[in-house]
Ligand binder design. Structure first.
Ligand code: AMP
Length: 222
């Protein structure tokens, strides 16, 4: 499927989980800026060293750097394959950078999906999240438990709490996100179709809502 989608929503809304399902079920490439940065940090590359202080403290990496990293990532991908962008863009500056990158290549986004979630649910999801220190797979202490406590099902790595999932950093990330969200949603409302989907409930339910939207839009056969 060659759909190009941007997934929007606050931290904890389930963008990464949804993008993973879209990749598995529909073949859209899941591209996550947060995961790219965390991988660079794990590998101690020079980009990893530059972004480390932003990522661990929950602040946004500067637009210019994010756009150039994403342009490099997207340029390497097969042109015809669909995309689910997770965590990018986060600001209007980045959204404009993405537009410029795509239009230079004669491409465009098909839509932006905003996952709507009440704040207490976001906090519960983020504070219960555990990630694999080796491969980055996500778990949750209540809703997505690994088979063996503290151990990644996929690679056997140790599960840890992300530095930016500490309670005081979660609050900071949500405040930063709120400040960017209104202008970003306005941008997508003006430039593309913006679709709001409830991000409450389990991953399967959220995917079913998105599937229904895709069928209504004619992106997916019924
Ligand atoms: P995420 O995994 O999407 O929650 O991102 C984790 C962290 O990576 C964020 O708190 C930021 O520090 C950084 N980050 C990820 N995506 C972006 C982006 N589009 N713009 C700026 N910083 C980002």
């Amino acid at each position: 499927m060659s759909l190009r989608l941007v997934l929007l929503g606050p931290p904890g809304a389930g963008k990464g989980t949804l993008a993973g399902i879209l990749e598995k079920e529909l073949g859209l490439a899941h591209v996550s800026t947060g995961e790219i940065f965390r991988d660079e940090i794990r590998r101690k590359t020079s980009l990893g060293k530059t972004v480390n202080r932003f990522v661990t403290s929950g602040r946004l990496v500067p637009d210019e750097l994010v756009v150039s990293v994403m342009a490099g990532q997207l340029a390497r991908r097969r042109k015809g394959r669909g995309l689910a962008l997770d965590g990018f863009p986060r600001t209007v500056g980045q959204a404009k950078g993405l537009e410029a990158f795509l239009s230079d290549r004669g491409l465009a986004l098909d839509g932006a999906i905003y996952l709507d979630c009440p704040t207490p649910l976001l906090i519960a999801r983020l504070s219960g999240r555990r990630v694999c220190s080796r491969c980055g797979s996500n778990y949750h202490i209540r809703t997505m438990r690994p088979r063996r406590s503290g151990v990644c099902d996929a690679c056997g790595g140790t599960l840890i709490v992300r530095k930016d999932d500490q309670v005081n950093t979660i609050t900071k990330r949500l405040v930063i996100d709120r400040a960017q969200a209104t202008p970003l949603l306005d941008f997508y409302r003006q430039h593309h179709r913006l679709y709001r989907v409830s991000g409450s409930g389990g991953a399967v339910r959220v995917f079913q809502r998105v599937q229904r939207l895709m069928q209504q839009r004619g992106w997916l056969k019924k």
